[in-house]
Design a binder for this molecule. Structure first.
Ligand code: ALA
Length: 400
């Protein structure tokens, strides 16, 4: 993976850029940008509507992207891939489309203490609407989940387990297969919804092997465009779900007072979809597969281990990380996370600061705010050296 930065046009303009915020969004490779430009320049027609050449070309490109995404996460039937705006919309679709129909008073929804608000708030709201109960899997040692009480928390009222595959703060990788097995041994009916936003660009994912029912992720965190995401669901569940976005393209028949719905995936893709974005996402899949997810994971892990070893030498730095998936949040004693991030910015180093859309987790960690390093395919040990210099400058400036 030598000279990978050459594939990202942003580095031509910003040669001093040290981008350590891929958990927020990844930079975009030339191949993705060009694929989208090609659509806009050469065949920017609407899909599924025209019988003329460029509309059919656009439809084919859009549906090819769906097939690529399906293959990418080990799904045989591309109609199980629903294009959404992103992970948040995907999870909200399940909460509304499946949850509103199926959850009744007294039903239990299990979440974990490390969830991003996207995989927490939709379930809180569903529970409020339908009279459900939210229960938590707690954080244990080493910034990993404590699974010792998992079996005890599942019962005949459990309907949903909503869990992230990779924490966007701790980088902890949850063993979804192992967790799904425990849950389904006790109650085979539990629907397992996995937030894969921080996983898909960093490790091979096969949803059948994970044993989950729904899997959600975003294009822009996997070198694709913003405005496109994916919800994968088992066909049986998607078929019984209600659509939540009504209008053109998602109907079967419409009469003056009643309508029926198109089969999946169209049922959930009302209105003109993000065509260029879907095509760009297909190119992002090609980009990732060209390197191989195993190779990407190995390289990111090597840089992450180097980062952890270097960060450990800085006095007053508390690191909240399981040391996995290239994600590590931290706190510098006596300096607010936003101040650290601002000083790092002056050094050309981009990190995210705040609660990273995980307020309950930060309360549990006892941290008001943290700054977070999250790696991508382009990061090197030199990037980490610049990070370390920047954190030391922050210490000097604030005299801590
Ligand atoms: N969810 C994204 C992050 O963790 C935005 O930064």
């Amino acid at each position: 993976m030598n000279n990978i930065k050459n594939q990202f046009p942003i580095f031509e303009k910003e040669s001093g850029l040290t981008y350590l915020d891929s958990g927020a969004t990844t930079l975009k490779p030339r191949s993705v940008i060009e694929k989208m430009m090609d659509y806009y320049t050469n065949y920017s027609a609407n899909i599924h509507r025209g019988v003329y050449g460029i509309s059919e070309q656009a439809t084919t490109a859009y549906e090819n992207a769906r097939e690529k995404v399906a293959k990418f996460i080990g799904v045989e039937d591309p109609s199980e891939i629903i294009f959404t705006k992103g992970t948040t919309e995907s999870i909200n679709l399940v909460a509304r489309g499946w949850g509103d129909k199926k959850i009744i008073e007294g039903d239990e929804i299990i979440v974990t203490e490390m969830e991003h608000h996207s995989n927490l708030v939709p379930w809180q709201e569903l529970a409020k609407r339908e009279g459900g109960l939210i229960k938590y899997i707690k954080l244990g040692q080493n910034h990993k989940l404590d699974l010792s009480e998992l079996a005890g928390s599942i019962n005949e009222n459990t309907r949903i387990l909503a869990i992230t595959q990779v924490s966007n703060v701790l980088g902890a990788v949850n063993q979804i297969k192992q967790i799904a097995d425990v849950v389904h041994d006790i109650n085979p009916e539990v629907v397992i919804v996995v937030d894969g936003a921080q996983a898909v660009a960093h490790m091979p994912v096969n949803v059948a092997e994970l044993g989950c029912d729904f899997y959600a992720f975003s294009g822009h965190k996997m070198y694709g465009p913003t405005g496109i995401g994916v919800l994968w669901g088992k066909k049986m569940l998607l078929d019984e779900m209600d659509p939540v976005n009504f209008g053109g393209g998602m109907i079967g028949e419409v009469s003056k007072l009643e309508s029926t719905w198109a089969p999946i995936p169209d049922k959930f893709e009302g209105g003109t979809p993000p065509i260029a974005e879907a095509i760009g996402l297909g190119a992002a899949v090609d980009f990732l597969e060209n390197f191989g997810l195993e190779n990407i994971s190995d390289q990111e892990n090597e840089v992450a281990q180097y980062a952890l070893s270097q960060l450990a030498t800085i006095e007053g730095l508390k690191i909240f990380s399981a040391g996995e998936a290239g994600i590590m949040a931290m706190e510098l004693s006596g300096v607010h996370a936003h101040d650290v991030a601002t000083i790092l910015d002056r050094e050309g180093v981009c990190v995210r600061a705040g609660h990273h859309c995980a307020m309950p987790l930060h309360q549990i960690l006892g941290a008001g705010a943290t700054f977070r390093v999250s790696l991508g395919i382009y990061n090197t040990k030199e990037d980490i050296d610049k990070l370390i210099v920047g954190i030391k400058k922050a210490k000097d400036i604030f005299k801590v």
